[in-house]
Design a protein around this ligand. Structure first.
Ligand code: FO1
Length: 313
């Protein structure tokens, strides 16, 4: 009798650069077509008239092998369009390069024609040769807003890029989340996955918006034993971005224990770096199992090793 081939289905919650680097390793460790990525769209924005979906594009470009060394945009891209509009007096603080603009032009036109973000994201990733499935968390607009200590509410990219996340933050909100619904395929991907991974993304800015879409957090919580999250905080700091300064804003410590406390209702295992090994017992005391290993990914090969270790759990 022929042996049944069992394919493990993996669903991953993802933000931008850190997530994409992990996913590049994951899709080396397992067949990419067994991976479904649920991507954050809270960072989406209209820039120079074009709909930009940074986290979806970062994942698509990274898995397609065309991402720039910055972690976003396309390698070797040029800035002619931006130079042109700067000449018209437009403030070009958000860098959209020429080939990348092509993606945003296509997306903007397709949205105007009535295509959903799900359909558009699928078309872009398949056109780029990406075999992992990439789903936006929702097709309805959910927009991350930052309320500063001065009481000013900023659009996400204005806080993150224009002001280089240097302002004190009083609160983070996800406008539209309550009225949004999970995009087609999202709930099924969570319910039918053998393993659910939370990528090493900012828990507040990147994973927070996904969990804010009604139904998603509760559905993941029903799969708690199969959920593992990789801490984006190592030795009290984030490798990239403001995660360490934003965790206290939502009442959490800027440590893997703080991340575990935020995730404990839906996450059975926390993966933390060896530098934080001393925190394992505090995390276990929260009822969350731990895997202590090297979580810093210097290369795709190291990301693959990390993915393999997590999948062997
Ligand atoms: N990040 C920057 O620091 N500066 C930029 O000008 C910038 C432009 C940009 C354009 C397209 C895109 O997909 C991403 C872009 N990013 C830029 C990254 C982005 O702001 C953030 O990394 C994500 O929103 C957070 O994951």
């Amino acid at each position: 009798m022929e042996e049944a081939i069992t394919t493990t289905k993996i669903t991953a919650l993802a933000g931008g650069v850190g997530a994409a680097r992990f996913l590049r390793g994951l899709t080396r460790a397992v067949p990419a077509e067994t991976v479904t990525v649920i991507g954050n769209t809270g960072d989406d924005s209209v820039m120079y008239g074009l709909h930009v979906s940074p986290d979806l594009d970062i994942v698509s470009y990274t898995l397609a092998g065309i991402v720039d060394t910055a972690g976003w945009g396309i390698a070797g891209d040029t800035t002619h369009a931006l130079t042109q509009i700067a000449g018209y007096g437009i403030d070009t603080w958000f860098t959209l390069k020429d080939r990348d603009i092509g993606t945003h032009m296509a997306r903007t036109n397709w949205l105007a024609e009535g295509m959903t973000l799900t359909q558009i994201t699928d078309h872009i990733r398949t056109s780029l040769g990406v075999t992992a499935r990439i789903l936006p968390m929702s097709n309805e607009p959910v927009r991350t807003k930052i309320v500063t200590l001065d009481g000013v509410t900023r659009d996400f990219q204005e806080y993150f890029v224009k002001r280089r996340h240097s302002e004190g933050v009083a609160a983070v909100t996800f406008d539209g989340a309550r009225a949004a619904s999970p995009a087609p395929g999202v709930m099924e991907a969570i319910e039918q996955a053998d393993r659910i991974l939370v990528c090493p993304s900012n828990p507040v800015l990147s994973i927070g918006p996904i969990l804010a879409v009604p139904g998603i957090r509760e559905t993941i919580a029903r799969r708690r034993e199969d959920v593992a999250a990789i801490s984006p905080i190592i030795a009290g700091a984030a490798l990239k971005g403001p995660a360490a300064t934003l965790l206290p804003v939502v009442g959490a410590e800027a440590t893997p224990t703080g991340v575990a406390a935020l995730y404990r209702d839906f996450c059975g295992t926390m993966v933390l770096d060896r530098a934080d090994a001393a925190q394992a017992s505090r995390i276990e005391a929260l009822g969350v199992r731990t895997l202590v290993t090297q979580t810093i990914m210097h290369s795709p090969a190291e990301a693959e090793l990390l993915a393999k270790e997590i999948l062997q759990l």
